[in-house]
Design a protein. Structure first.
Length: 536
């Protein structure tokens, strides 16, 4: 038998292989050009929906995980920035969203690149862009139509509309309607949920309370109907008369109070007074030694500047919790307060009937009702929101359909907060034994009207942007740190249709991990499955 020799492909086989490779490249190019394309998010203007360069952190005081922008570490071309001393401009400080502790030892924490997303480039060939879509486009702010800079924002205004930003909400007037015909634009439920941002998660209260900071969820002391041994789970046997309330008070320690605590080792609980909920985002609190604010304040460690701690009161809130009903009769009440009004959902546990209401003599006829699964003993996840002048209720992850509209008049309520807005969320039991846990308070995105764009005197409480045919208006979800249509100038505040690239579809590769989560086993580039998903 002859010895075996290495196989030499025939010229035809070589040609077939080359043709296959060429066809693959051509198909990939066509797919990229006409169907989908991958993009990397460079900045945090769309946080928390999409992350730019950032750090993933865990607060050493309360254990809360959070993200911190690290976009300031690099230039637009990706080159590292340098501080005034010539060293790398590493972000070294950030503030926890739960306990507001400012960690000043973050220089060694890894900074990750932004999310990688897929963008559908043919979608808008088949249907018109929809409000609240996240879109990719060529930057129009320089007035050019051949710009090569890609931007990603949320679509807010459509052709022919006038967009008004007022009290954090979006108002729309279509065509040549009168000024009084502005109406609020309400986010669809599937858009609202992922856009809600955390205010407080009670799972982190035990470690905060162990340091001496006052608890935020408090039973009504005069009633004494609620028991709690761990600051997390509350129980009542339902025997106390009347409405027995458990309320959230927004008691947030300040940077100075934390500094005093470390200096003296003591906390004067009475000094942590309830505050109003603001558009604070922990993502925006990143600081590095020698930055402008730290130099101005002559501080050894960077104190978060006031504008990063939230400057605007936010009254659009949501409550999430788990209820374990242990009786056949009685009522559960979920309440959100805003500007002197009380927005309630009452559920009769004997029938499962839910009723919405708003306080005030002018709202006596507002009584949407629905049948829910909260009937008799059982455990349920509740989510109740009051955002964009509309109340929504989810039971066990499903949106509840009411027999009439749950939206209310745009002029309802005060646009300024009162003292009750420092205790804006409550849960009550009326004659029903129940255990309540996993309490979370969230807020809606607050869109900031930048008066300097059109109204330097800031005398108007709103700002308007008019659109003509084939013009679109966009905003970033991280309104305080977004270069969007508000800042491009009065004549270039829109995105022309010809600059649209497509719709953001899917986060296919958020930053990877060096270890397998929860196990700690080293595994370079382990996929971050948790943060993959559709772009909402």
């Amino acid at each position: 038998m002859p010895a075996a020799h290495g196989y030499i492909p025939s010229p035809a086989a070589i040609r077939e292989m080359i043709e296959s490779v060429v066809i693959a490249f051509v198909l990939a190019f066509l797919f990229r050009t006409f169907e989908t394309e991958a993009f990397v998010i460079p900045t945090g203007s769309m946080a928390p929906t999409l992350m730019g360069r950032h750090k993933d952190l865990e607060c050493p005081q309360c254990g809360c995980p959070y993200q911190l922008s690290a976009s300031s570490e690099v230039r637009p071309d990706g080159a590292p920035k340098r501080n005034r001393q010539g060293g790398p401009a590493h972000v070294t400080a950030g503030t926890c969203p739960m306990c507001r502790y400012t960690d000043t030892n973050l220089s060694k924490d890894t900074s990750y690149n932004g999310d990688r997303i897929l963008v559908g480039k043919l979608i808008y060939q088949f249907h018109e862009p929809r409000r609240w879509d996240v879109i990719v486009f060529k930057f129009p702010g320089d007035g050019r139509t051949d710009s090569q800079t890609n931007f990603i924002k949320r679509l807010i205004g459509l052709p022919g509309e006038t967009v008004r930003i007022q009290n954090g909400d979006i108002w729309i007037r279509r065509g040549d309607e009168d000024d009084e015909d502005f109406h609020i634009e309400r986010k669809r439920a599937e858009k609202l949920l992922p856009m809600l941002q955390p205010v407080f998660d009670n799972r982190y209260m035990p470690r905060i309370a162990s340091l001496g900071w006052p608890e935020r969820w408090r039973p009504d002391a005069a009633q004494g109907a609620w028991n709690c041994d761990d600051y997390v789970t509350f129980q009542t046997d339902g025997t106390a008369a009347g409405e027995n309330w458990l309320r959230y008070e927004h008691r947030v320690p300040s940077f100075r109070q934390w500094q005093n605590f470390f200096a003296s080792g003591e906390i004067v609980a009475g000094e942590v007074e309830p505050r109003w909920i603001t558009d604070f985002m922990a993502y925006n609190t990143g600081r590095y030694p020698g930055d402008q604010y730290a130099r101005h304040q002559n501080l050894p460690c960077p104190e978060p500047p006031p504008d990063s701690l939230g400057c605007h009161w936010v009254g659009d809130l949501a409550l999430c919790c788990t209820v374990d009903v242990r009786g056949e009769t009685g009522e559960l009440i979920f309440e959100l307060r805003k500007g002197g009004r009380r927005f309630q959902c009452r559920i009769d546990v004997s029938t499962g009937r839910a009723t919405l209401s708003v306080s005030g003599d002018d709202m006596l006829q507002f009584r949407p009702t629905a049948t829910t699964a909260v009937r008799g003993p059982g455990r349920h996840d509740i989510r109740f929101s009051n955002c964009d002048n509309q109340m929504l209720l989810w039971i066990d992850g499903r949106l509840v359909s009411f027999d009439s509209t749950t939206a209310y008049d745009k002029h309802l309520g005060n646009t300024q907060p009162d003292e009750d807005d420092k205790r804006p969320v409550g849960v009550a039991s009326v004659g029903v034994p129940v255990e309540i846990s996993t309490l979370r308070v969230l807020r809606d995105i607050y869109y900031i009207p930048l008066f300097s764009v059109q109204y330097p005197s800031a005398e108007r409480p709103y700002v308007d942007f008019s659109l003509e045919a084939d013009q679109f208006f966009v905003l970033g979800d991280n309104s305080a740190y977004s270069k969007d249509g508000r800042l491009w100038g009065t004549n270039n505040h829109f995105v022309p249709r010809e600059l649209l690239i497509g719709k953001a579809l899917f986060i296919y590769w958020p930053h990877s991990w060096d270890r397998i989560p929860y196990v700690g086993v080293p595994f370079p580039y382990f996929p971050n499955f948790k943060d993959m998903g559709l772009v909402r």
